[in-house]
Write a protein that binds this ligand. Structure first.
Ligand SMILES: [Zn+2]
Length: 295
C-alpha cells in the first residue's frame, strides 16, 4: 500500500527513470557528448547532415521547401538551427518534419522546431500517438518531450512528396511501435542513388524481449521488420547515430570524392543480417534463462 502511494506521488520523471533500462550516465551522454555541435555538410543529392556529433538530423532540400528527418535532443535545437543557416538554408523553408522513431534523442526538438518553422509534422501510427502525447510509449519507456501536434498521421507505405522529392514511410516496428524506415531516391552528377534512413533496429539493450507482457509481439514484430528491411536495396544508408559510421569519411564526402564514400550496395544487407543474428542470440539467451532448469 505504501508503495502504491509512493508511486502516485512520484513525478513522471522519476517514474521513467525507474522503468527505463538506460542508466543516468547513458542518458547524460545523449544530452551531452552526443548532442555536441559538429559542422554540417552535404551528403548526396539534396541530402544534408545538420545534426550533432552522434545524433543525426537530415535535411532534404527542394525548390519548394525542405524536409527534416529528426530534431534530436532538446540540447540540439540550437545546433541544428545553426547548421541549417551555415549551409545557407532558411529555417522558415522547412515545410515538413519527419522522424525515424519516437525516442527522446530523436524527437525532443520537434515542438521547438515546429514553432520556429511552422512545418507540418508527419509521423506513423503509434509513433504519431507518442509524439502528440509527449511520452515514450515504446518498450524503452524513457524521457518524454514537449507534446507536438501531428498534422498528418501516416500508415505503412504512405509517401510524403515535396518539390519533386518523394519519401516512403515503411513501418518497421520493434525499437518503437511506430518505427519508420524512410526511403527515397536522389540524383547526383546524373547518377541515381536509392537511400534508406536507418532508424529501426532492435529494442534497446535491457528491454525484455521474451514474454514482455506490455509488448507481447515484440520478438515477432522485430523479426518481421528484418524481413521487410531485407527487401530494401539502398545504394547508401544513413544511420541515426552516425558517428562511427561517418568516422574518417566526412572529409571525403565534403570533397565530393567519387565513387561516393558511403556508396555500399552490400553494406545495408550486411547490417540487417548482422543485427538479426545478434537479435536471435539475445532472444535465445533470454529463453535459456527463463526456461526451467533441466532435471
Ligand atoms: Zn531509439
Amino acid at each position: 500500500m505504501r508503495n502504491a502511494v509512493l508511486l502516485v506521488i512520484m513525478s513522471p520523471v522519476v517514474l521513467w527513470a525507474q522503468i527505463s533500462p538506460l542508466s543516468p550516465e547513458q542518458r547524460a551522454t545523449f544530452h551531452g557528448r552526443m548532442s555536441e555541435a559538429v559542422e554540417p555538410f552535404h551528403i548526396v543529392g539534396n541530402i544534408y547532415y545538420v545534426g550533432a556529433r552522434n545524433i543525426a538530423s537530415y535535411l532534404i532540400t527542394t525548390p519548394e521547401g525542405h524536409i527534416m528527418i529528426d530534431t534530436g535532443t532538446k540540447e540540439m535545437h540550437d545546433v541544428i538551427r545553426a547548421n541549417v543557416a551555415k549551409l545557407g538554408f532558411k529555417l522558415k523553408d522547412i515545410k515538413i518534419l519527419l522522424s525515424g522513431h519516437a525516442h527522446f534523442d530523436h524527437v525532443q526538438g520537434h515542438a521547438a522546431m515546429k514553432k520556429v518553422t511552422g512545418a507540418q509534422v508527419m509521423a506513423l501510427g503509434e509513433d504519431a500517438r507518442a509524439l502528440s502525447a509527449g511520452t515514450d510509449i515504446s518498450p524503452l519507456g524513457d524521457e518524454g518531450w514537449e507534446p507536438v501536434k501531428v498534422d498528418r498521421v501516416l500508415k505503412d507505405g504512405d509517401t510524403v512528396t515535396l518539390g519533386g522529392i518523394t519519401l516512403r514511410a515503411i513501418w518497421t516496428p520493434g525499437h518503437t511501435p511506430g518505427c519508420t524506415t524512410w526511403t527515397t531516391r536522389v540524383q547526383e552528377k546524373g547518377r541515381p542513388y536509392s537511400i534508406v534512413f536507418q532508424a529501426c533496429g532492435v529494442p534497446n539493450a535491457g528491454v525484455k524481449l521474451v514474454g514482455n507482457t506490455k509488448f507481447p509481439t515484440l520478438v515477432e514484430d522485430t523479426l518481421r521488420s528484418f524481413r521487410i528491411q531485407k527487401t530494401l536495396k539502398p545504394d547508401i544508408y544513413l544511420p541515426m547515430h552516425p558517428e562511427s559510421y561517418l568516422a574518417g569519411k566526412v572529409e571525403a564526402i565534403k570533397a565530393g570524392k567519387t565513387p561516393h564514400p558511403l556508396l555500399d550496395p552490400e553494406g545495408y544487407a550486411k547490417l540487417v543480417a548482422d543485427t538479426e543474428t545478434n537479435f536471435q542470440k539475445r532472444v535465445q539467451e533470454e529463453r535459456t534463462k527463463t526456461s526451467p532448469p533441466e532435471k
